[in-house]
Design a protein around this ligand. Structure first.
Ligand code: ADP
Ligand code: ZN
Length: 602
């Protein structure tokens, strides 16, 4: 079959996206490829389609069992002959898969790298026809990134043992160092590189100063994502528990997830997130990789991520299905201080610290910029976006700036006059003239600037300190105790040679969230049909013990709502309904639509 025909018949998709067609063609004709595409870009089709076009079995290397299971479940639904080998299978099950492989009855076989490189596995593979090797999450081979897996290094052997089998490596990690590691360590120097745009146009980016984070979070979910599945990231285990608890108290179906929970609980919570609709997982970053759920509608960060890369990867878990989704980050003065302290206390080499500092600076800049977030993000990944996106908080509601020169100078003086030995709270007390015991004991209540800042709200002072830290005008002491110190770059400002314009923080969170929000997916008038279709999907999924999105994606249900096909023939035209799914589920969903139409006409 031709690529286009496979895509239409099996997946029910009318056309390839972006560079998929080129990649499929490269691999189908036996050449190697390196594919860099953002999460949700459609990497899987790049090897699944050629796997069906070429003779033999495609071997897919994947780092996580949950990823393999999800992919295999999805393929089986499409009527594709797929299986995985992993330690979770019993001996008998594994043997059954192996005999399917030996008999040539598999189109795709997934396995972990450590299994693939076993002499026994390589021996079996040398006796069957392998159509291609796909190395998913290929950045795991690089020690540079944060997902390093030593087992990936062993995959180099494929180049020598199977010189005639095309190999493709896929990743959503964009930076050039990782990319060159992949080529070198996997022996893919000759591979054609396909780099897609890393833009995720369906994700609405929003970054808000933290006021009362819990209230802000609840408002955000209530207003924009009432029924939706989402992930809320927190830095500490204790905080995930607290936040999950608070969400449950408000009636949300929220579950914690962190490395301190037993494996059973983690597994149970993850399964509920995957199988049920509208579950919110409150997690440390231990949760996420390997989550293939396509309809995660929002990702919230309650704490500042450690780098732009991490932020982009984590927010990228929203909206894989291409439907409107949000990324929302709350951050404040304490985040900035905590980060700088951590950096000061880390005992890595100077080079490592410099590198970490650069990464963090990028994250702080992203938070404080007053223009388009997406332009900044793409520029960070060396991509040029000529116009502001029109779909982020900065674009929808341009941040105002104000001349903060005078208060900033006062703040710097306060740091200086108190000896650059105190934390921000102490300096704030002096500024607003709070006569604490400590201030009195130190004689700081006698300073001429004591209380000179009392006409400015404490919230504004925090915003000023936060932004001065982020801009590098102030810094945290080098031992990491958290004392405020002047940085060299503050001199021109202190001497009156420079003005300082700062971002005016929104007065309250609801102000921003109510006006700038993600385009909501479903028209209220269509809700009854939408819910009925979701109900039908849930019943079918439960009967088979698979996640609902494996039956149909949200985007397919949405297309059904929009086009309301009244026959199986009409249903064929819906994106995401290939031949197998039409035969299996067409009738059930058709009945839902027909009874909806009857009810409307009654
Ligand atoms: P990635 O692995 O890059 O994160 P996936 O391969 O999971 O992305 O694809 C993301 C989603 O996009 C999937 O739901 C997939 O079915 C869908 N998709 C991929 N390619 C196409 C296409 N050409 N047309 C329509 N949907 C597509
Ligand atoms: Zn924008």
């Amino acid at each position: 079959m031709q690529a286009q025909e496979v895509l239409q018949k099996i997946w029910g998709y009318a056309e390839f996206r972006a560079r998929q067609a080129e990649i499929v063609n490269t691999v189908a004709t036996g050449q190697d490829a390196l594919v860099l595409m953002p999460t949700g870009g459609g990497k899987s089709l790049c090897y699944q389609v050629p796997a069906l076009m070429r003779d033999g079995t495609a071997i897919v290397v994947s780092p996580l069992i949950s990823l393999m299971q999800d992919q295999v479940a999805t393929l089986l639904q499409l009527g594709v002959r797929a299986a995985y080998l992993s330690s979770s299978l019993s001996m008998d099950e594994a043997r059954a898969v192996e005999s399917q492989l030996l008999d040539g009855r598999l189109d795709l076989l997934y396995m972990a790298p450590e299994r693939l490189v076993l002499p026994r596995t390589l021996d079996v593979l040398s006796r069957v026809q392998v159509s291609l090797f796909a190395i998913d999450e290929a950045h795991c081979v690089s020690q540079w990134g944060h997902d390093f897996r030593a087992d990936y290094l062993g995959l180099h052997v494929l180049a020598t043992q199977f010189p005639h089998v095309p190999r493709l490596a896929l990743t959503a990690t964009a930076d050039s160092r990782t990319r060159s590691d992949i080529k070198r360590l996997l022996g893919l120097e000759q591979a054609t590189e396909f780099v897609s745009s890393f833009d995720r146009p369906n994700i609405f980016y929003r970054i808000l100063p933290r006021l009362n984070a819990m209230d802000q979070l609840i408002q955000f979910i209530e207003r924009e994502h009432r029924q939706d599945a989402g992930i809320v990231y927190c830095l500490s285990r204790a905080k995930t528990e607290r936040v999950a608890e608070a969400l449950r108290a408000k009636g949300f179906d929220a579950l914690p997830y962190h490395a301190g929970l037993s494996a059973d609980v983690r597994e149970a919570n993850q399964t509920r997130f995957l199988r049920e609709e509208g579950v919110i997982v409150v997690a440390t970053i231990a949760f996420g990789m390997g989550i293939d759920k396509s309809n995660v509608r929002f990702v919230v960060h309650m704490d500042l991520p450690r780098s732009v890369e991490a932020y982009y990867q984590e927010t990228g878990r929203a909206g894989r299905d291409g439907l409107a989704s949000s990324a929302c980050l709350f951050y404040g003065l304490q985040d900035v201080i905590k980060h700088q302290q951590m950096l000061a206390q880390s005992d890595g080499s100077e080079e490592h610290k410099r590198h970490e500092r650069r990464r963090m600076d990028g994250m702080l800049q992203l938070c404080e910029i007053t223009d388009c977030r997406r332009q900044f993000l793409l520029r960070y990944f060396d991509e040029h976006m000529p116009e502001p996106c029109g779909y982020c908080d900065s674009c929808l509601e341009p941040a105002k700036t104000w001349d903060a020169t005078e208060p900033a100078r006062l703040a710097l003086s306060a740091v200086y006059r108190t000896g650059q030995r105190y934390g921000v709270e102490y300096v704030l007390d002096v500024l607003v003239g709070k006569r604490s015991d400590r201030a009195v004991a130190n004689g700081h209540d006698q300073l001429s600037l004591f209380g000179q800042g009392k006409t400015t709200a404490l919230k504004t002072w925090r915003s000023i300190f936060r932004q001065m830290l982020a801009k590098g005008l102030l810094q945290v002491d080098s031992e990491g105790h958290g004392s405020m110190q002047l940085a060299d770059s503050c001199r021109p400002l202190l001497k009156g040679e420079q003005k300082l314009m700062l971002r005016l923080d929104a007065a309250s969170a609801n102000e921003t969230t109510s006006r700038s929000r993600a385009k909501t997916a479903i028209d209220p008038a269509d809700e009854p049909l939408w819910l009925a279709l979701r109900g039908c999907r849930r019943r079918l999924a439960e009967a088979q013990g698979v996640p609902p999105y494996v039956i149909f994606h949200d985007s397919t249900l949405q297309a059904l709502v929009e086009h309301m096909p009244l026959s199986l023939q009409e249903m064929r035209a819906i994106a995401g309904i290939g031949e197998t799914k039409l035969a299996r589920y067409g009738e059930a969903f058709l009945q839902v639509i027909l009874s909806h139409v009857d009810a409307m006409n009654a």
